[in-house]
Design a protein around this ligand. Structure first.
Ligand code: NAP
Length: 468
């Protein structure tokens, strides 16, 4: 058994694809597995690690980012190597990884976004909230996103925690944002923003809101911002009212909303309007540019099984707005040569073992963790038990591992392949240099860091060549 779990001389070779929370919790679980001798190589598309902790968590929620200290310790473990700036499926194919590693864990998240599928969604000024989040967090993919803040009102569709983040960032006091690690280009744009009102649209009622209580309470504490809640929206149907008994978060949310409704407008310069039971039916345009959203009032009606269903009431109105951000969820995207469940937008799996299609047989040595495994829900910590479960499957499968070609299993094999392909991996030392650089720039002006937001600049900073 000891031999089958690898040895110090011949460790089990494991590739982790992705470097977000799910990846690091998988690494932690692997390193903690009793008797397992593993050597772990981490591949990440961006040079920078930490996934949504760097590129998703709102800049005014710095304390949440402290979790990266745990990830740093894992990345610096002698059995772990980091290959940033390497895209699996482009720079290295899955089959090549399979030749070099005994087991592969996909921790690729859900980088896409869901569509509302209503007319006008493609107009200028209509964008996924995920792109806006990437923009203000300095994600290189969204560095040049055209964000026009010259309009007074923005509509955010959906009321999950991402919607709460984007609404808050749009109206938060810029002097406060200037103390965070928000991307410089976003800070500059927000300084001259003319946005005065953000309307957050929830399609269901306040008892079914997707935000958590800390987020709505935080709204109430924003300087210079009124939170507008229509007391009529807080009159619950009997089933929703009964639901509150068994749901602490929903009950707390409704209490907080009552308090906010009672406070009402206090003459602040900016406002967030929380609307419920309202669905967008069309994004309206003028000359190709968003000028508003047509919305329909909904009702929650019990079906034959006694469950609440959403129905349109046929009552419409229009909200004038210059920008619409749909915050209705992230979505998994297929990875070349990896099975994909298009309906759920996840990698099909049983207990983290990737299967050849939904209901298919497991593919030997291929595993999945995090949002790519279960869909885009849950907080950072949700990924820990999720990763532990997948690693349990990996360890259980080890006795069935067939040994792979000795040459390909050498740790140098992947480095040679990358060199041959002229791919420039960003090492952990490179990241430490970039990290120190960003922190130093930030310290000069009292900020946690000033992010570098272009890949070419990241590579330049550590003296690595790049293809322009
Ligand atoms: P989410 O929590 O799933 O919320 C999605 C929202 O979109 C819901 O309000 C949903 O309404 C609505 N929606 C879906 N389809 C719609 C449609 N066609 N029309 C109108 N509305 C629609 O997703 P998320 O906000 O993207 O967050 C993803 C995960 O990350 C969540 O688990 C979240 O808690 C987490 N997160 C946490 C934090 C934090 O802890 N501070 C910050 C950001 C994200 P229904 O509820 O009616 O389906």
């Amino acid at each position: 058994m000891e031999h089958l779990l690898g040895s110090a001389d011949t460790p089990v070779r494991i590739a982790v694809v992705g470097a977000g929370p799910a990846a690091f919790y998988a690494i932690e679980a692997l390193l903690k597995s009793p008797g397992l001798h593993a050597s772990i190589d981490v591949f990440n598309r961006l040079p920078t690690p930490f996934g949504l902790v760097r590129d998703g968590v709102a800049p005014d929620h710095q304390s949440i980012k402290a979790v990266t200290r745990i990830y740093e310790r894992l990345a610096e473990h002698p059995q772990v190597r980091y290959f940033g700036n390497v895209t699996i499926g482009r720079d290295v194919q899955l089959a090549e990884l399979q030749r070099c590693y005994d087991q592969i864990v996909l921790a690729v998240g859900a980088p896409g976004d869901r569509q509302m599928e209503i007319p006008g969604e493609a107009l200028r000024g209509s964008a996924p909230a995920t792109a806006f989040v990437g923009w203000y967090n300095g994600h290189p993919d969204y560095r040049d996103l055209a964000v026009d803040l010259t309009h007074e009102r923005v509509v955010v569709v959906g009321n999950g925690n991402v919607a709460m983040d984007v609404a808050r960032i749009l109206v938060r006091d810029v002097a406060e944002l200037a103390q965070t690690d928000i991307a410089d280009h976003a800070l500059a744009a927000l300084r001259t923003s003319r946005v005065r009102e953000v309307v957050v649209l929830g399609r269901r009622g306040p008892a079914q809101a997707a935000f958590t209580n800390a987020e709505i309470r935080e709204f109430g504490e924003l300087h210079g911002v009124d939170i507008i809640v229509d007391p009529a929206d807080l009159v619950l149907d009997p089933l929703s009212a009964a639901m509150l008994d068994g749901n602490r978060v929903a009950a707390a949310n409704v209490r907080t909303l009552h308090a906010l409704a009672e406070r009402g407008a206090t003459g602040q310069p900016r406002r967030i309007v929380m609307r419920f039971l309202t669905s967008p039916t069309e994004v309206l345009g003028d000359g190709g540019q968003v000028c508003g959203v047509r919305v329909e009032r909904n009702a929650l009606v019990p079906n034959a099984a006694g469950e609440l269903t959403l129905v349109g009431t046929g009552a419409y109105d229009t909200i004038a707005a210059g920008m619409v951000l749909r915050s209705i969820g992230y979505r998994g995207v297929p990875l070349p040569d990896v099975p994909f469940d298009a309906r759920r937008a996840v990698i099909p799996n049983v207990d983290g073992r990737v299967t050849a299609g939904v209901g298919g047989a497991p593919i030997a040595g291929l595993y999945v963790v995090g949002w790519a495994k279960r869909g885009p829900s849950g907080v950072i910590g949700t990924n820990k038990p999720d990763a532990i479960a997948t690693v349990a499957s990996m360890v259980a499968d080890l006795p069935q591992l067939s040994c792979r070609a000795a040459g390909d299993r050498a740790p140098a094999a992947i480095e040679q392949l990358l060199e041959w392909r002229q791919v420039t991996p960003f090492s952990w030392d490179d990241w430490r240099k970039l990290d120190a650089h960003e922190r130093e720039r930030g310290a000069d002006v009292g900020r946690p860091r000033i992010k570098v937001t272009r890949v070419a600049e990241m590579l330049d900073l550590v003296g690595k060549a790049h293809v322009t």
